[in-house]
Write a protein that binds this ligand. Structure first.
Ligand code: S3P
Length: 448
């Protein structure tokens, strides 16, 4: 699963982006679709699954633990699951590649099964903190042997029956919340997660869809108390995965900053726990309209129409961060093109993503002549006022797909070509990224 040799490429100023493109399936929902289908007895069918490396790592892991997972020629995936409690001991270590979501959610699932699983990953994933899931899952009775600092490679020895826990999340993390809930599926009694700051709620929505009994109470200060009744029985489902708002974000910002652009990004998931970027870009003056709002796979979806706009710098309220946590790298590029200063703070979680996205973005922006000041928990960016960015430098993408895609988009408005040292990580979440950008540049003839 680790990447082949790095692929370096240069990007330079683009003509207007025009046309309609459809973004691939949501990564978070794709992972959960495979995992939950693998826990249902019978056949689930999934359309619109994201076929990026991260999700393929989840598919391989579910196969290794006994599920039958296959892709049909029509692009529909079928999963014959083993039932909650039925995961089998994999024969070898599970290689999670670059994927934190696969790793942390599967650590939760394994914790309440009588199996022992070793997780490995690439250099980026092996540097990411796992104690945030090891700590709560240890309280359920699972045993962990991790590399120093609570890192991968690590081994989980599950316990069955596990002990139901009540856990207050110390960090706003949907991965930690989900890991605990997934451990609770094969645990007697009620597993409870207290979430002071709401994060993406795909697990809650989908667990109910598969037949789990799950209640959510919201307190007056917004704290959510999520109670999952264990020993669930899952029914197989037919799932239509909505498009990924995080992938759409790159194209939306591209259309806002490349002069003359007029684009529709189709099928964008707009779950309120994910839609912060659109709110902030509109507050910066972005011309963004939602068309044909509808429900797909139980999630709000729309086509997003975007026109080139003069953006104005903004102070981003830290409370909005969880609903756009993956979108800050591309927001920083929008900010670099805006009039005036953009201030972000409260972004400590960005330091433990596929890379330290605060310092890697600060370094990359400096390399292309943008003035950006790194603070302990954010960036302050001076915008160009709509003028092209200087460009010219080389960006280290550090095995981080979102860093690479953000600077590809920056390249489209740069005076001198910029170079990205490795664009290969883009395949982890958005394998069609370049073909969609080329369609919007009208460099590709679309087949009907
Ligand atoms: C995800 C949760 C977020 C996000 C990641 C996907 C998920 O991570 O950054 O890309 O699918 O639950 P955290 O929970 O660590 O914030």
């Amino acid at each position: 699963m680790s990447h082949a040799a790095p692929v370096s490429r240069s990007f330079s100023a683009s003509g207007p982006l025009r046309g309609r493109v459809r973004v691939p399936g949501d990564k978070s929902i794709s992972h959960r679709s495979l995992m939950f289908s693998a826990l249902a007895v019978g056949e689930s069918r999934i359309s619109g699954l994201l076929e990026g490396e991260d999700v393929l790592a989840t598919a391989a892991a579910m196969r290794a633990m006994g599920a039958d997972v296959a892709r049909g020629d029509d692009g529909i995936w079928t999963v014959h699951g083993v039932g909650v409690g039925g995961l089998l001991q994999p024969r070898t270590a599970l290689d999670m590649g670059n994927s934190g979501t696969s790793t942390r959610l599967l650590m939760g699932l394994v914790a309440s099964h009588p199996i022992t699983v070793t997780f490995t990953g690439d250099a980026s994933l092996s540097a990411r903190p796992m104690n945030r899931v090891i700590d709560p899952l240890s309280r359920t009775g699972a045993a962990f042997t991790a590399s120093p600092g609570g890192r991968l490679p690590l081994m989980v020895r599950g316990l069955c029956p596990a002990v139901p826990i009540e856990y207050r999340l110390p960090v706003a993390s949907a991965q930690v919340k989900s890991a605990i809930l997934l451990a609770g599926l094969n645990t007697p009694g009620i597993t409870r997660v207290i979430e002071p700051v709401p994060t993406r709620d795909h697990s809650e929505r989908m667990l109910v869809g598969f037949g789990a009994k799950l209640d959510v109470e919201t307190e007056s200060d917004g704290t959510r108390i999520i109670s999952l009744h264990g020993e669930a029985e899952f029914r197989p489902q037919v799932i239509d995965v909505p498009g990924d708002p995080s992938s759409a974000g790159f194209l939306i910002v591209a259309a806002l900053i490349v002069p003359g652009s007029d684009v529709v990004v189709e099928n964008v998931g707009l779950n309120p726990t994910r839609a912060g970027l659109i709110e902030i870009l509109r507050a910066m003056g972005g011309d963004i309209t939602l068309l044909d709002e509808r429900i797909v796979g139980g999630e709000p979806v729309a086509d997003v129409a975007v026109r080139h706009s003069s953006l104005t710098g903004i102070e981003v309220p830290p409370e909005i961060a969880p609903s756009m946590i993956d979108e800050f790298p591309i927001l920083f590029i929008a900010a670099a093109c805006a009039q005036g200063q953009t201030v972000t703070r409260g972004l400590d979680e960005l330091r433990v993503k596929e890379s330290d996205r605060i310092s890697v973005m600060a370094e990359g922006l400096a390399a292309i002549g943008v003035i950006a000041t790194e603070t302990p928990d954010g960036l302050i960016i001076q915008g160009s006022g709509g003028d092209p960015l200087p460009g010219g430098g080389t960006i280290a993408s550090r095995l981080d797909h979102r860093i690479a895609m953000s600077f590809v988009i920056a390249g489209l408005v740069s005076k001198s070509a910029l170079t990205i040292d490795d664009i290969a990580p883009i395949a982890t979440s958005f394998p069609d990224f370049f073909s969609l950008v080329e369609i919007l540049q009208n460099r590709v003839v679309q087949t009907p």
